[in-house]
Design a protein around this ligand. Structure first.
Ligand code: MN
Length: 717
């Protein structure tokens, strides 16, 4: 810190170190070193970002409240509220032990989500929280090898999903690339090793080539009177891997494994240098980007170009000033770097649009997992930029629709939206917006409010959490009775569709602890807080967790689990038996099932309520079976579709199923005299929730009257 803060009092940092070392003195890292080494390494990473003494002190203290008996209040008493708030933002919520391992596993996921939400909310108040968290995670990733394998994978996955994209959005490039490489190595050690060996092999030739290129550039630039520092750099392993995957190329076909960076004194030198380079070597069309005129969201600025350099080899070149270089290296942290005598940029938070969006809807999302999911989809996804008819730019996550756009303009515009025009052409409301499009929303004053279909996750009407929440709010404020009635209708329909009419409302409510009564749950379904797909997923989880719940199954003798075969189904008490899924009722994971020991053909698995299971006559041949952990793709399910008969109906259905990536294995069409038709098709699905989704989508096809799973029972009508 002395290097960048020669005259600043560092007493607080020293004090934080002593305090942390004392509090953590009994603990050791899994490497055997004293625990203080971890917060110390975290603080050193923060110092590399040249952060202020408060942030460094908080980095030293970050594990104190979580891992020791020292409470946050004590930290606050010793170090003041600002440092305490930083520490609190990074500290995980205290862990609760749950009774069963299953419950534990489920709660751990919830808890992870809660922790992430806590961090993001704290970050919205003070960006330094996330810088400390990134430094903490970086050191954890560097020392990952000390943990057991399953933990390594979990942490590495979370790093890939959350922390590397986060570092990217914040523009802290060196942390992003190191996190990615470490996570890549942990998740796929073989591929990582293979690729980095290959890169190392080519090192010698590459460096020789680079020094020739740099020499040629230096000469040309100095002849033009431009002062410049030129350096070569290698891309990090994961970015090369990503590019190979994306472009389906081999390592030798990726030309920007090496790149050259030119740092000049002044802005106008950037463009002058570009001119010199483009005269020296041929630019490659389509590879020029001016991030000076159009900075990236992280405020990154540079000129990017690619040219055919010496030996006609492609070469990527970045040109920027020293100030731009600082932002490129430190990203958001550059604005937090300690400046003696000068405060920080107060408008700064307002400049980061996505952080502002985070603040916008953070209070309204109740469920932590959903908060994290929305973050992944809204914040870490690519953005599209569209225009209002008045020429204002609106940024939205890619995949956003006119409805998202309407709600971004104003809540009432969203509620009253009846249609949209994109570039003067009418589009459907699930149209995916693209950068550069001009969007005009058509509203109607007579429209009461949004449509419930907008909340159906099976249709892609809404992409942003912000719009979804506003639609929900609208329905939440509707009459409760209306919501309960609507919820009841949806639930009934969903259960009937899935062939689960034997499942009661009480039982469903039992899977959603958050709602105190059945009516509360029905109301929540009514205003869209619980989707029918969530219900299908919970039903599957519950059934695979607890095994069959049917009383008749429980009365069968208990026995130990046997082996599961390729289908993933475990037959209790029987090892290594051939397992067949019954053709009559075609069970899918999530259904209650029972095994029937056949003569010579192994065990046939039926749904518990299949009429072909003879509970009274052949009880001794029935065995308990379990879906087990493994999930096989493609269980055949019979589906019955009633519709008005028309040309192209079957084609529409099959196209939709194909679009979902599912297979149809048989299709039969029965025309009736009343101009209706019944389609009986067999679709291969992976689970009940997949089935739920496809059935809902088929029902959206024009002229379709009803869709449901066909259990081989006689139709009611
Ligand atoms: Mn830590």
């Amino acid at each position: 810190m002395r290097e960048y803060l020669p005259d600043v009092d560092l007493e607080i940092v020293k004090k934080a170190y002593d305090f942390a070392a004392a509090a953590l003195r009994h603990r050791r890292l899994c490497s055997g070193e004293p625990y203080i080494q971890h917060p110390l390494a975290t603080a050193i990473i923060l110092a590399k970002m040249q952060l202020d003494p408060e942030a460094i002190a908080a980095g030293l203290l970050h594990d104190v409240p979580e891992d020791t008996v020292v409470e946050l209040e004590e930290v606050e008493k010793e170090f003041g509220p600002r440092i305490a708030r930083l520490v609190d933002g990074v500290t995980k919520l205290s862990k609760i032990r749950w009774a069963t391992p299953d419950e534990q596993a489920r709660r751990e996921k919830e808890q992870q989500a809660e922790n992430l939400r806590k961090m993001f909310l704290a970050m919205a108040e003070d960006v330094r929280v996330v810088l400390i968290k990134l430094a903490d995670r970086l050191h954890n990733m560097r020392t990952l090898w000390g943990l057991e394998r399953s933990k390594q994978i979990r942490i590495a996955e979370q790093t890939m999903e959350i922390y590397a994209p986060l570092a990217n959005r914040l523009g802290i490039w060196w942390i992003k690339s190191e996190l990615e490489d470490l996570a890549f190595e942990a998740l796929d050690p073989e591929k990582y090793q293979q690729l980095s060996d290959m890169i190392a092999e080519r090192q010698g030739g590459r460096e020789k080539y680079l020094s020739r290129v740099i020499k040629a550039l230096k000469r040309a630039l100095s002849q033009a009177g431009i002062k410049a520092e030129i350096s070569g750099r290698s891309k990090h392993v994961y970015s090369i891997y990503e590019k190979m995957q994306r472009k389906h190329r081999t390592l030798d076909e990726i030309y920007d494994v090496v790149a050259v960076r030119i740092i000049v004194d002044q802005l106008r030198d950037c463009y002058a240098a570009l001119g010199v380079i483009h005269t020296l070597w041929h630019p490659i069309p389509g590879e020029f980007d001016d991030y000076i005129a159009m900075p990236k969201e992280s405020m990154y600025q540079s000129l990017h170009t690619a040219v055919l350099a010496l030996d006609a080899r492609p070469l990527e070149i970045q040109i920027r000033t020293k100030e731009m270089h600082e932002v490129a290296e430190y990203g958001i942290a550059a604005h937090w770097r300690y400046k003696e005598g000068g405060g920080r940029d107060v408008d700064f938070d307002a400049k980061i649009t996505w952080l502002r969006h985070l603040l916008e809807w953070r209070d309204s999302v109740a469920d932590a997992q959903e908060f994290v999911d929305s973050l992944k989809s809204d914040v870490f996804r690519d953005q599209v930029y569209v225009f209002t008819p008045g020429g204002d730019v609106i940024d939205l996550p890619s995949g956003a629709t006119p409805i998202d756009f309407a709600y971004r303009i104003h809540t009432d515009v969203g509620h009253q939206c009846v249609g949209a025009k994109v570039n003067d052409r009418l589009v459907s409301l699930d149209h995916q917006l693209h950068t550069g499009e001009v969007v005009k929303i058509i509203t109607s004053r007579t429209k009461k409010g949004p449509s419930r279909d907008w909340l159906n996750p099976n249709f892609n009407y809404i992409r942003t959490a912000n719009a979804r929440e506003k639609v929900r709010q609208w329905f939440r404020h509707q009459e409760r009775d209306e919501n309960v009635a609507q919820g009841k209708e949806s639930l009934e329909k969903e259960l009937r569709r899935l062939g689960l009419d034997n499942v009661g409302y009480e039982q469903v409510a039992g899977y959603f602890h958050k709602y105190k009564s059945v009516d509360d749950l029905l109301a929540a379904i009514g205003y869209g807080a619980v989707t029918t797909q969530q219900i299908a997923t919970r039903l599957v989880e519950a059934h695979t967790d607890e095994g069959a719940v049917d009383q008749r199954v429980l009365e069968l003798p208990e026995s130990t689990p046997g082996q599961s075969d390729a289908s993933g189904i475990t037959v209790m008490g029987v090892g290594d038996l051939l397992v067949n899924l019954a053709g009559c009722c075609k069970p899918v994971p999530g259904d209650d099932i029972i095994g029937y020991v056949t003569r010579g053909r192994g065990v046939t698995v039926h749904r518990v309520d299949c009429r072909n299971v003879n509970w009274d006559g052949e009880r001794e041949r029935l065995v308990r079976v379990d879906w087990g952990g493994a999930k096989k793709q493609g269980y055949p399910v019979s589906v019955r579709i009633d519709a008005w008969d028309r040309v192209g109906l079957l084609r529409d259905v099959t196209a939709l199923v194909a679009e979902e990536g599912l297979n149809i294995t048989s299709a039969q069409s029965i025309s009736k005299s009343d101009r209706t038709v019944t389609l009986l098709i067999t679709i291969e699905v992976g689970s009940l929730s997949e089935l739920s989704r496809i059935l809902a989508r088929i029902e959206g096809i024009r002229d379709v009257l009803e869709v449901r799973r066909d259990l081989g029972r006689k139709a009611a009508s």
